[in-house]
Design a protein around this ligand. Structure first.
Ligand code: PGA
Ligand code: ZN
Length: 405
């Protein structure tokens, strides 16, 4: 037994410059710190991110330094599930609104990192001690963000993220391809819109297009793939985040209203035109049936994010209704590591693939790369190569994927 001796939360800044928590768990030689990320297009059923009236996180910090610390200090560092259960009970709400999901996930992941450190093993190795989850792939696909829209950029393009996914099992090769694709897309965007537009960076590091239709990012992505010589070797993926343009029962893009059926037809035609691997959140977050209708009509994998919010019961519902073939995993959506692992375990039991994801407001923490690698997840979705807090995670994945080779 190794007793936890201290837990300290401090304020840090995320990639948007907003305050967030940096939480450290101390147990003798074992010290682990987790810097908590923050979403913008959040699902309404996500764990509550506790913020003060002015947007600060002092209440969440106080909850760690008083309430949580009082309960957890003295417990065994290796009792991850017991400690998470204690935090869940201490909170006592359905969405962690008392302590704050940002406070609880900070402690929960810092704890796992401290335990790995105490055992002198890597976080991904420690994660494998905590859960047994059926792998989807040897190494996750890299979901690299290239064009931002929706809530992540000031752009008329309604779809939130357009990603390129190199089709390889080598992270090194994927990153090499990503650099070439990046250069090619830069040239395409600069030529079409000018160098100033090409220099603009969305929250997750993608280009921000000043005009165009929903099809434009797909066209430019395909052009970049072809001009890089990667035709047939690179997929396109999209995160629609459709809740962000759902208004009074219909979907509003550039002043035009679309029904769910019309939007579904748009997706189907896009999948016929472009090499699309997956479409995330194609409809409003409560539209389990519309997801299912689309999934029935296409072989492209439909992905739940705002639909499922890393929550096991919502995932079970989505699977039961045939809504999705893949699920986004964001630990801060549910608020503890144990619940995250539980959801991932359930997904893989039912043959749904997991894509581990960053948030649009990120920190320099690289834990999610370990999480994606530990269980052979289908994908790691963590932005573009134009933002350092995103690159850190891809680099970590590359490093651990090469260990033992
Ligand atoms: P968020 O966006 O972090 O702003 O929620 C990421 C996503 O929707 O996948
Ligand atoms: Zn999403």
């Amino acid at each position: 037994m190794q007793k936890i001796t201290d837990i300290i939360a401090r304020e840090a800044a995320d990639s948007r410059g907003r305050p967030t928590l940096s939480v450290t768990v101390v147990a003798g030689e074992g010290t682990g710190t987790f810097d908590v990320p923050s979403g913008a297009s959040t699902g309404s059923l996500e764990a509550c991110e506790l913020r003060d009236v002015g947007g600060g996180v002092s209440r969440a910090i106080d909850n760690v330094n008083s309430l949580i610390k009082r309960e957890i200090v003295g417990m065994d560092l290796h009792d991850q599930s017991k400690i998470d259960a204690k935090i869940i009970a201490l909170d006592g709400t359905v969405n962690k609104s008392k302590l704050g999901g940002n406070a609880t996930i900070g402690v929960s992941i810092a704890l796992a990192k401290a335990a790995a450190k105490a055992e002198n093993i890597e976080p991904f190795e420690y994660l494998r001690q905590l859960a047994s989850i059926k792998p989807s792939r040897k190494v996750p696909y890299l979901y690299l963000n290239y064009i931002n829209g929706g809530k992540h950029a000031k752009s008329p393009i309604a779809f939130q993220e357009h990603m390129l996914v190199p089709d390889t099992e080598s992270v090194t090769e994927a990153l090499e391809m990503a650099k070439i694709l990046e250069k090619s897309l830069y040239e395409i965007v600069a030529k079409k819109y000018g160098a100033e537009v090409a220099a603009e960076v969305g929250d997750e590091g993608g280009y921000v297009l000043p005009n165009g239709t929903y099809e434009t990012p797909f066209e430019l992505s395909e052009q970049a793939i072809n001009e890089s010589g990667f035709g047939g070797k690179c997929f396109i993926a999209a995160d629609i985040a459709a809740s962000s343009f759902f208004e009074n029962g219909s979907y509003v893009m550039q002043g035009k209203s679309y029904s769910a059926d019309e939007l579904r037809e748009i997706y189907v035609s896009l999948t016929k035109k472009f090499p699309i691997l997956s479409i995330e959140d194609p409809f409003f977050e409560e539209s389990f049936e519309d997801f299912a209708k689309l999934q029935k009509q296409t072989d492209v994998r439909i992905v739940g994010d705002d639909l499922t919010v890393t929550n096991k019961s919502l995932l079970t519902r989505a699977i039961g209704m045939g809504s999705i073939r893949s699920v986004i995993i964001k630990p801060n959506q549910i608020g503890t590591l144990s619940e995250t692992l539980d959801t991932m375990h359930e997904a893989r039991l039912r043959d749904v693939d997991c894509i581990v994801s960053h948030r649009s407001g990120e920190t320099n923490d690289d834990f999610i790369a370990d999480l994606a690698f530990a269980f052979g997840c289908f994908g790691l979705k963590t932005g573009s190569l134009r933002k350092p807090e995103r690159v850190i995670k891809y680099k970590r994945l590359e490093k651990i994927s090469l260990m033992g080779e």
